[in-house]
Design a protein around this ligand. Structure first.
Ligand code: NAP
Length: 297
């Protein structure tokens, strides 16, 4: 059941977390004709969306009370927990029949807890983390990895199609997050290999631009190589994807693998290097800043 108080009979969407990713994603929903209620911890980050017609709300509970579908993309699992499970938060104040969609990269166990807290209140809940980076969010080409019931997935699909291209239902609550952690394990190795290869080339006196032009479409080609090498060459270490968030993801993946009874050596090495980078003061930089670690050696 979906209430339809919004423009053209569309459900009213609440959007919480308007940072690097959420800003673009929420903007696409407004462009597609949805009425949006928005909230972000730092209120100023809602301003561009308010200028586009979104209504600013005073907190997660207020967003939930006034919306039919609530989307969140905040930073860390503790933020997800606070937004959904705190007294007066989203689950407390959402209208029965509402659908809750968390697109943060968070813990599979927390996704299950949110789902289990939502169901008895007559609320639907999906975990739907994304991949494709800041560029994917801007260009609405994100891959969206979804856990939850088929019914909730189908209800969310029209919104997912506005924000992304490759949208997959992977299983029950928590499975979107598990799939996203697999994605991060792959990227951990890719980023390490990419930065080591570029640093080796630089130390060998190879022109990195020429190397990039030659390798980008070969066997070493990847999303990371294509999108991050130009930024590295330009000395652009801005996020993109924050180092602090990648460390969070690798810690979640490491714990999840340990819980499943095995240890992932490549992931642990990448995590160690990124923790070193974070301790060197690069937590707020983009993940391509790993290259700096190899230049400093
Ligand atoms: P971000 O720029 O830090 O955005 C997160 C936003 O959520 C911030 O504006 C933050 O507010 C807000 N927030 C945090 N806790 C909140 C709370 N309790 N209530 C209301 N708002 C809250 O990070 P991002 O790059 O968009 O990433 C968001 C999530 O997507 C992360 O889990 C990240 O791992 C994941 N992700 C990112 C990328 C990427 O390339 N950037 C790609 C895929 C997935 P403040 O401004 O006050 O901090």
């Amino acid at each position: 059941m979906t209430a339809s108080n919004g423009e053209g009979g569309k459900p009213v969407v609440g959007f919480i977390g308007t940072g690097v990713m959420g800003q673009s994603m929420a903007g696409h929903l407004i462009d597609a004709g949805y009425s949006l209620n928005v909230y972000n911890r730092t209120e100023a980050k809602c301003e561009p969306l308010v200028r586009k017609g979104a209504k600013l709300k005073g907190g997660p509970g207020e967003v939930a009370a006034d919306s039919d579908i609530v989307i969140t993309i905040v930073g860390f699992p503790k933020d997800v927990e606070q937004v959904y499970l705190d007294p007066g938060g989203v689950i407390d104040r959402a209208k029965p029949g509402s659908l809750l969609i968390d697109m943060t990269t968070s813990s599979p166990e927390l996704a299950e807890r949110v789902y289990n807290a939502a169901r008895p209140k007559g609320l639907g809940a999906c975990d739907a983390p994304v991949t494709g980076g800041d560029r994917g969010a801007r260009e609405a080409t994100l891959s969206i990895l979804v856990g939850g019931t088929v019914e909730d997935f189908n209800r969310a699909l029209p919104l997912f199609k506005i924000m992304g291209k490759n949208i997959v239902h992977l299983g029950p609550a928590g499975f979107g997050q598990r799939a996203k952690l697999a994605n991060q394990i792959i990227i951990a190795g890719t980023m390490l290999g990419m930065c080591e290869g570029l640093a080796y080339a630089r130390k060998s006196g190879i022109d990195i631009q020429k190397l990039f032009d030659c390798l980008a479409n070969g066997a070493a080609g990847s999303w990371s190589l294509t999108n991050y090498t130009p930024r590295i060459l330009n000395g652009d270490f801005n996020p993109g994807f924050f180092v602090k968030h990648f460390v969070k993801d690798m810690r979640l993946a490491s714990q999840s693998a340990k819980d499943a009874g095995f240890s992932l050596k490549g992931l642990e090495t990448a995590l160690e290097q990124y923790i070193k980078l974070e301790n060197d003061g690069y937590a707020e930089s983009g993940t391509q800043a790993l290259y700096k670690l190899y230049c400093e050696e």
